[in-house]
Every structure is written in structure tokens, then in C-alpha cells.
Design a protein around this ligand. Sequence first.
Ligand code: NAD
Length: 385
Amino acid sequence: MPQCGVIHLPGFSLENSTRMHNRQFRARTHGLKVLITGGAGFIGSATIRHLIGQTAAHVVNVDSLTYAGNLESLADAASSDRYAFEHADICDKKRIAQILRTHQPDAIMHLAAESHVDRSIDGPEAFLQTNVVGTGRLLQVATEYWRALPAERRAAFRFLHISTDEVFGDLAADGEPFCETTAYAPSSPYAATKAASDHLVRAWGRTYKLPVLITNCSNNYGPYQFPEKLIPHMILNALSGKPLPVYGDGRQIRDWLYVEDHARALWTVLTRGRVGETYNIGGCNEQRNIDVVRTICALLQRHAPPSPERRYEDLITYVTDRPGHDSRYAINAGKIERELGWKPAETFETGLAKTVTWYLENRRWWQRVLDGSYRLVRIGTSAVS
Ligand code: NAD
């Protein structure tokens, strides 16, 4: 039986060489230059705000600005002289190679992806392109760049790939939470393309000895999340008096993590994680979707009460379930807690209260998002029509 928390990639000597590399890497984290792909997205922008606000790192944000990319999420960080933006597609090898040569990063955090399950059902092509082809191309140019570095910088270099717990697939109600050795069994096109990208990263670690790390995280929520995802979608629909569409019976369980806790975990893994390792990240906050929606309604009822005769909860509407919908995800985050000392700071109650308050206080941000291409239209049902 595989044991949680003890996996490492074959081909790496994890003892002496990694310990030495980690020492060198830690010594160099002051002023470290990190290239972040997908930095204009939800988690990427939280990671950049964390790095610029809480560390001395320099950041190069590489983003192609799809519908999900929004530079307004980086307004404060962008004024720092430790921040640079490059408008580029990770599938464009020539351009990424040129960006690497120009900026000379010490590490790459790879977050760029197509990330919405419903969109992957209606249009998997973009997911195949960015998540699989894009990750494969990024690995190729990153490896070329890394090989040409002077020995000390090459030893200290890191490639951190950010992935999801959805690669593990559907978890039975009484199943043990996913650990780092859980077998992959992705259900949606999104999850399958992320699983493929994880395999590519592991292969590059094993075959080319690129110093890779992988994280698999549970569902994130928090400020600046694009309103197609469950929590902001419900908040904004409720505020507009629109139905709150709950898929199926609403009993699907997700393990929710506040995005700032995730950003801190990613920095921890980048600077202190062992090369070749995978770390699961989760909030230890399993919630049924219907309970999440009810809690949002209760928070809004308190902080933004509608007219006295109306209750947000009355807007809850059960709709056809998502095709292939996984019933449960849950993460065992014991390894990152034990080995790297990371723990989430927010409970679901504190994190959700902060999130609802943020959306109430930042109407301009989301109103401008809604003015764009996405208008809270239901997608992701094409597989059942
Ligand atoms: P997001 O959709 O909000 O942002 C993705 C970003 O990537 C956008 O800024 C977009 O413009 C950019 N991008 C897309 N294709 C690109 C390309 N070809 N080249 C360059 N940039 C491109 O996603 P997110 O929710 O911030 O997720 C970030 C990463 O974390 C993803 O890899 C996702 O799989 C993973 N993840 C997300 C969650 C979650 O709950 N959101 C949980 C676990 C893991």
C-alpha cells in the first residue's frame, strides 16, 4: 500500500543534493526573481500580491489575458518596481524563450491554465491547447533555459507546477481524503488535461532532471475570483435578484481553501519544498454545495439585506446536474503541514465572510468584469443535450 506523504520521484537523490540545493535556494530567496504564468488570473494574482506584499521577491507575470485574465486584480502590485508584465501565450515557445532570456528568472511558478470545468465540457480544445500543449512547450523552453544557467543558479532553479485535486476524480462519501499517492482518475476534460500536465511535469523531472515540484490543491475561493465560479456566481446573482442555480441535489462536497492561504502555501513549497515532490494543499473544510450557497445567503441577508419581504435563500433553484459531476473531493494536507509547517489561516466561516464583504465593497471590479464577455450565462450542459 502506498503511504501518504512519502512519495518522491525516482531519479532524484533527495538526501544530500536536495538539502544542499534547498540551503542555496533559501539563501537566495531575498530578491529572488520568479516568473509566474497566469498571474492575471484568480490564484496567480493572489500569488503575485503575496510575493510583492509579503516577500522581497521580484515577479515577472506572463499572461495571455484570456477572458479569465484581469490586470485590474494587480493594480497595487503593478506599481512596484519588483513587478513586470509580459503579454504572452505559453504555447508560443519563441516568445517564452525570449522572455526567459530577457528576465533571467530563478524560478517558474506555472499557473496559466483554462480552469473552468463547465467550459471544458462545451469547448475542450482550449484546455488541450493551454493545459497540455502549453505546459509541454513551457517545459521544453524552461529546460533549455535552465540547462544554460551557470552551475550555482542551475542547482538553485525551481519549476513549480500548480495543479488541482480534480485529477484524483470522484471520492466516495466514506473514502479517505486524497493523499499524494492517490491514483489519478480525472472525470472532466478540465481534470484530464490537468492530469496530463502533471504527468508531463513529472516526466521532465525524471528524464531531464529539471528541478520540478507539483502541488495539487482543493477548490479555492476569495477576492478577485471570476464570477463564473460557484461562490462569486452565487454572491453576484443574489445581489442582482437572479436565481441561484444549484447543480443536481446540491450535495456535492468540496474542500474549500481561502486563496490567500493557497498563495502562502505555494511560496512555502517553492522556497522550502523538496525537489521532485508533490504536495497536496487543502483547507480541511469539506462543505456541501447547497450549504455553501445557504451560508452565502445568510451572510448577504445580514450585510446587504434586500427589501423586508425578500430572502436571498428563496432564490435557490435546483437545475440539471453537470454531466460527469464528481460527488466529493477532499484533501489530506498532512504532508505539507508536517514537512513544511504550512497550515491554512482561515476557517471556512472567516474566509467566506471576508469574501462576501470583499464583493460588497468592490463592486467596481466585478461590474467591469460583468460588462465584458462573461454575463453569468449557464454553460457546460452540451454533453447531455
Ligand atoms: P484562472 O482561470 O482564474 O486564471 C488563469 C490565468 O491563466 C488567466 O489569467 C489567463 O489569462 C491565463 N492563461 C490562460 N491560458 C493562457 C496561455 N495559453 N498563456 C498564458 N496565460 C494563459 O485560473 P485560477 O483559478 O487562478 O487557477 C490557476 C491555476 O490553479 C490553474 O492551473 C488551475 O488548474 C489551478 N487550480 C485552481 C483551483 C481553483 O479552485 N480555482 C484549485 C486548484 C488548482
